[in-house]
Design a protein around this ligand. Structure first.
Ligand code: PMP
Length: 786
């Protein structure tokens, strides 16, 4: 591996501030300030200087002259750690020698008026572990024990500088997201992205539950001294405490393991030996066992990325590349280990019970095919077997993490604990229907109605977006006494018989039979690819609405309701031109129709601080339908309308939904609203959406295949096309391949639009900045290596 020293050597800031003292000066300084005389020799070091002095008695010390960038407080942190270790694990680490003036840190004037901090520590005797290539698992077992003893000694240690910024700290690894694009080989980029997703999804997200303390954080073989016992090197000492930091305890092991697996044919055995040794002295908890492997991988990622970025300064140094190959090989070897296999192995060496065998994905596929209808499609050529969801991540049966770039139903994050608690508490207490008084129904209706502009104030609850749209259409018919429905080309509103008739996406698509005579459709208001483009497009599309209303009336079938998605989703994430929806609703109302906004996909702040996408268009509908995100995965949907329409609908026939508005659903709905508010998710969606859109614009400049980038908040589309004889044609095949390639890196996406050439980006709202960057890097790679 490119050593950390090598990386530092290539860091221009550190290089510029390096000390340049002569051995003569060092000898003079040691005698004058430390009463030390003897032979002085310069040790290998790049951005600071270390001089070894051997006294005539044989005692040996190291004068450490720091880089001018070094902070005295951080040196004090190291010294206090060394002091604690000297008491608790004698001999394991150097001791600080005080100067004649009784100071631990002296200062030396350097070049350009800079001050270099200097200190003297005892020299740890013994060969380095790095000098031994034939290392058995005994060595790693023993190193595990020693690291555990060090961590036990540092368990309650505190220092003001322990929470500092350090790019080698795995807890601070977010900076490296998106940097896979610095690597040119596609397979290597994929390795980095997979490791990053596993780390961000499995470890970073759980930092608050991992045991934390000050750790040494640099057990690499260049920093470890050994004695040879029964032919095996045994680590006895460790030096260079420059990376000491307060972080997750398991990262101590992860750093050691990242180097230990180097050139090892069976890396899992090396990791297991380290775990066993550590656990003997300091028991590891389940979460630490689960997070170890991805932490080791991330340490290797940091190493290759830092080395790549800093190494741009030394492009002709072939030696660096050769040593980097070893790190890449280790990354590749670790990537082929399934996370759950590693976990089982670690649990076994810690004496824990084994988990039951995992179900086999291909057998599951066979069984599904036998008894589940073939009209239900599966994503991906090789289907995913997902067993767990957390936040913006899904995990397969092997424990692999996937960044969910497309599930807008898991709006506030998969299995959000608040939502799970609300559902489980209520289902344990009562679940009935709306025929009894219940506080949760009333509270939820009050809360939901309060989120809409007047005169929208009456709620009805059902179980799916389809049911909500069915009900909306019935309400429109009850209000107007008419039957016909106007919808948009490419629109999708649900899976029932009526809604397939209303949804052009379905009845005009594969297997569709076209629209029945009571359905009128107006062109999709797409000002980029639609039938009207450019500046006057909005007016033309509004005129089309008026024309259809007139046509329907002329046909003797006046329009009861005009239904439109506020952003056309399945139709390819098309944002209508500004003001379209407001004017289209006005025109439809003028023709006597009811205006229905289908917010099933885009509602609840997905498009940003406006909770509802119709609001961004300045429109106020007469009926709004809600679904998907409303229950964060729980089957809940709603229709919100005016008192007038609700009264017309109550014309004698009772409306009853067995499950709609039950206490569990209402508790879930309330919890989703709480989380949205408390976590500020709509505002967050605006910020993350802007970050993604900016990044997508950059990608559009790099990749010819991207012909449009569009959307609002976290509801985005990337259209892929290719030019054929000067005509832009939908690149359906490319879009499908990008989805497959992104999956290889661990990012889940899907395609849509009438030609299935639009990549949909609609992740759970809590997606973090580093995950947006990572997602963009993955898209970039997929498009580069199609
Ligand atoms: N309306 C829109 C805009 C939708 O996207 C969908 C589902 N994709 C529906 C309605 C139907 O919702 P559900 O699948 O819950 O019936």
């Amino acid at each position: 591996m490119t050593s950390k020293r090598e990386n530092d050597r290539r860091n221009p800031v550190l290089q510029e501030r390096a000390p340049h003292l002569t051995p003569e000066f060092a000898a003079h300084f040691l005698e004058e300030r430390y009463d030390l005389t003897g032979t002085v020799e310069l040790l290998a070091s790049y951005v600071d200087q270390n001089f070894r002095i051997v006294e005539p008695s044989g005692a040996s010390w190291v004068l450490k002259i720091s880089n001018a960038a070094e902070d005295a407080g951080e040196l004090d942190l190291q010294h206090r750690v060394l002091e604690r270790l000297a008491e608790a694990v004698p001999g394991v680490s150097p001791m600080v020698r005080r100067s004649r003036a009784d100071r631990e840190i002296e200062s030396i004037p350097g070049r350009g008026g800079r001050e270099h901090l200097a200190r003297v520590v005892s020299f740890l005797d013994g060969p380095l572990l790095a000098a031994h290539s034939a290392v058995s698992d005994e060595t790693w077992l023993d190193l595990g024990r020693l690291l555990a003893r060090v961590d036990v000694a540092l368990h309650s240690f505190e220092h003001p500088k322990m929470h500092r910024t350090l790019r080698w700290d795995l807890a601070q690894a977010s900076w490296c997201a998106g940097l896979s694009r610095e690597i040119s080989a596609p397979a290597r980029r994929t390795l980095i992205e997979r490791a990053q997703i596993q780390f961000f999804g499995d470890v970073h997200r759980r930092l608050d539950v991992l045991p934390k303390q000050v750790i040494y954080n640099d057990a690499n073989p260049d920093n470890l001294t050994v004695t040879i016992e029964a032919g095996n090197p045994r680590v006895r000492g460790m030096f260079d405490f420059g990376d000491t930091i307060h972080s997750a305890r398991v990262f101590e092991l992860a750093v050691a393991a990242a180097y230990a697996v180097f050139d090892r044919p069976r890396p899992l055995e090396v990791l297991s030996a380290l775990v066993r040794g550590y656990h003997e002295e300091c028991p590891l908890d389940e979460c630490e066992l689960e997070t170890l492997l991805p932490s080791v991988q991330m340490r290797l990622v940091l190493s290759v990325l830092i080395s790549e970025c800093d190494g741009r300064a030394a492009p002709d140094n072939e030696y660096i590349r050769v040593s980097e190959d070893r790190a890449w090989n280790a990354l590749e070897a670790l990537d082929s280990i399934e996370p759950n296999d590693a976990l089982e192995q670690f649990r076994s060496v810690c004496g824990r019970e084994q988990s039951p065998p995992r179900p086999d994905g291909s057998a599951l596929f066979e069984r599904r095919t036998r008894h589940v209808g073939p009209a239900l499609s599966l994503a991906y050529r090789n289907p995913l077997h997902i067993v767990r969801g957390r936040g913006q991540y899904l995990f397969d049966a092997n424990g692999r993490a996937y960044l969910d770039g497309v599930n807008n139903i898991a709006h506030v994050g998969h299995c959000h604990p608040r939502v799970v608690a609300a559902a489980t508490e209520q289902i344990a207490a009562l679940n009935t229907n709306t025929r009894y008084l219940h506080e949760s129904l009333v509270r939820y209706a009050e809360r939901l109605a309060g989120l809409f502009p007047a005169p929208l104030e009456v709620c009805t609850f059902v179980n799916s977006g389809s049911e909500a749209n069915e009900l909306a259409i019935r309400m429109a018919r009850a209000q107007t006494g008419r039957h016909a429905i106007l919808s948009l080309v490419s629109g999708y509103h649900g899976n029932t018989t009526t809604l397939i008739d209303v949804s052009s996406y379905k009845h005009d698509g594969p297997g569709g039979a076209g629209a029945p005579e009571w359905v009128y459709t107006a062109p999709c208001p797409d000002a980029v690819r639609g039938v009207h483009i450019g500046p006057g497009a909005k007016d033309r599309y509004v005129e089309e609405i008026a024309r259809q209303c007139e046509q329907a009336a002329a046909d003797g079938r006046p329009i009861a309701g005009f239904i439109a998605e506020s952003i056309i989703g399945c139709g390819g994430q098309v944002v209508p031109p500004e003001g379209f929806l407001r004017e289209a609703f006005e025109v439809a109302r003028a023709a006597g129709a009811v205006a229905i906004a289908d917010e099933v996909q885009v509602g609840f702040g997905r498009t940003g601080a406006h909770l509802w996408a119709f609001a961004a268009q300045g429109a106020t509908p007469d009926i709004v339908t809600l679904g998907k995100p409303i229950g964060n995965g729980h089957p809940l949907a709603a229709v919100v309308t005016t008192r007038e329409i609700a009264s017309s609908f109550a014309g004698g026939m009772e409306f009853f939904s067995s499950f709609g508005g039950n206490p569990v659903s209402c508790s879930v709905g309330l919890a989703v609203l709480d989380v949205l508010e408390e976590e500020g998710l709509p505002e967050h969606a605006s910020a993350m959406g802007a970050r993604l859109l900016d990044g997508l614009e950059v990608l559009r400049g790099r990749h010819e295949a991207i012909s449009d980038v569009r959307g609002l908040g976290l509801y985005l589309g990337v259209e892929l096309s290719r030019r054929v004889q000067n005509e832009l044609c939908p690149a359906t095949d490319l879009a499908a391949r990008v989805v497959e390639l992104a999956r290889q890196s661990g990012v889940l996406l899907s395609t849509d639009g009438p030609h299935r050439n639009v990549l949909k980006l609609k992740p759970p709202l809590p997606i973090r900045p580093e995950e947006c960057d990572l997602l963009l890097a993955v898209l970039d790679r997929a498009l580069l290596f199609l």
